[in-house]
Design a protein around this ligand. Structure first.
Ligand code: BTN
Length: 262
C-alpha cells in the first residue's frame, strides 16, 4: 500500500489529486467519497484503496478486484452544472482516464458508451458516477474508477469479458506511476472543461469511440431497444435510430450487435 505522501511525490496537479486519502481496505471508495462530499470535502479530493469489500459497479452490480493488484479510486467534483448536463462528467472521466493510460502505456484505448474503457474489445476499466443535487443544481459528483492493472485471472462467469493492462501489455505495470499519470490527465481535462470547453472534452472522447454507424442494443429499465448509433450529444447522451425514429439514451447497458465482446 502506498502512503499519501508517496502518491503525491512528484505529482503536479492543480485540483484533482491535491488531497489524497489512501486506505488498505475499505467498503467502497465511492461510498467513502460520498460521505466526505456530504461533509463538505473540497472538490478534487481523491479516495484510493488497495481492496474494496463492497465495491460497487453500475446498475447495482458488484465490482470485484483482487487486493493490491489494481487501481480503485474515486474523486469529488463540484462543477456548476444542472441535472441535464451531468452525463458530460461520464465522458470527461472516461476520456481523462483513457488519456492518462495512453500516455503511460502507449496503447490506444477505446471508449465505449456510457463509460467503459476497452482494449482489443475487452473491458478493463469501469467508471461509476454518483451525483447529488440541490433542486436542479449539482451539489457534488463522485466519480469512481476501477482499473484492472496487474490482475491476470478473472472469473469466467463474469458478464463482461474482462482483461487487464498487464495482460494486454505483457508486463506488470507500476501502479503508482500509472495513477499519477491518470490524475494528471484528469486534472488538465477538467481545467479545460471548467473553461467552458466541453466540445474539446467531447472531441477527446469521440476520438476513442467507434460506435457511430453500428447496430447496438440498449437495455434500460427492463426494456430492450435496438438501432444504429447516430450520434453522441454534449450532454453525454447517445442517439439511436430505432423503429419509431431517433431516440436519446442517458443510461443503460449496451452491447454492440456484431458479436462484440463486452
Ligand atoms: C462498472 O460497473 O463498470 C463501474 C465500476 C466502477 C468500479 C469503481 S472501483 C472504485 C469505485 N468504488 C466503487 O465502489 N466503485 C468504483
Amino acid at each position: 500500500m502506498y502512503s499519501k505522501q508517496e502518491l503525491q511525490e512528484g505529482l503536479s496537479v492543480s485540483l484533482i489529486g491535491k488531497k489524497i486519502f489512501a486506505f488498505e481496505t475499505i467498503d467502497s471508495t465511492n461510498s467513502c467519497a460520498k460521505t466526505l462530499a456530504e461533509a463538505g470535502m473540497e472538490e478534487g479530493s481523491v479516495v484510493l484503496a488497495d481492496f474494496q469489500s463492497a465495491g460497487k459497479g453500475r446498475l447495482g452490480r458488484t465490482w470485484f478486484s483482487e487486493p493490491g493488484k489494481n487501481l480503485l479510486f474515486s474523486f469529488i467534483l463540484r462543477p456548476d452544472m444542472d441535472s441535464r448536463s451531468v452525463g458530460t462528467l461520464s465522458l470527461f472521466a472516461a476520456a481523462g482516464v483513457a488519456r492518462g493510460i495512453e500516455s503511460f502505456t502507449g496503447r490506444c484505448i477505446e471508449c465505449k458508451w456510457p463509460n467503459d474503457l476497452l482494449l482489443r474489445g475487452n473491458k478493463f476499466c469501469g467508471i461509476l458516477l454518483e451525483s447529488s443535487f440541490s433542486a436542479d443544481k449539482l451539489d457534488y459528483a463522485v466519480i469512481g474508477v476501477g482499473i484492472n492493472v496487474n490482475q491476470t485471472e478473472f472469473d469466467s462467469g463474469l458478464l463482461h469479458r474482462s482483461t487487464s493492462l498487464s495482460i494486454e501489455t505483457g508486463a506488470p505495470l507500476d501502479q503508482k506511476a500509472l495513477f499519477q499519470s491518470i490524475l494528471h490527465s484528469l486534472d488538465s481535462l477538467y481545467a479545460q472543461m471548467q473553461n467552458r470547453n466541453n466540445s474539446g472534452v467531447m472531441k477527446e472522447w469521440l476520438s476513442r469511440n467507434s460506435m457511430i454507424g453500428k447496430q447496438t442494443t440498449v437495455f434500460q429499465d427492463g426494456q430492450k431497444f435496438s438501432g444504429i448509433v447516430q450520434a453522441f450529444n454534449e450532454d453525454g447522451s447517445m442517439v439511436l435510430s430505432v423503429s419509431g425514429g431517433l431516440q436519446s439514451f442517458y443510461s443503460g447497458d449496451v452491447t454492440l450487435d456484431a458479436g462484440e465482446k463486452e
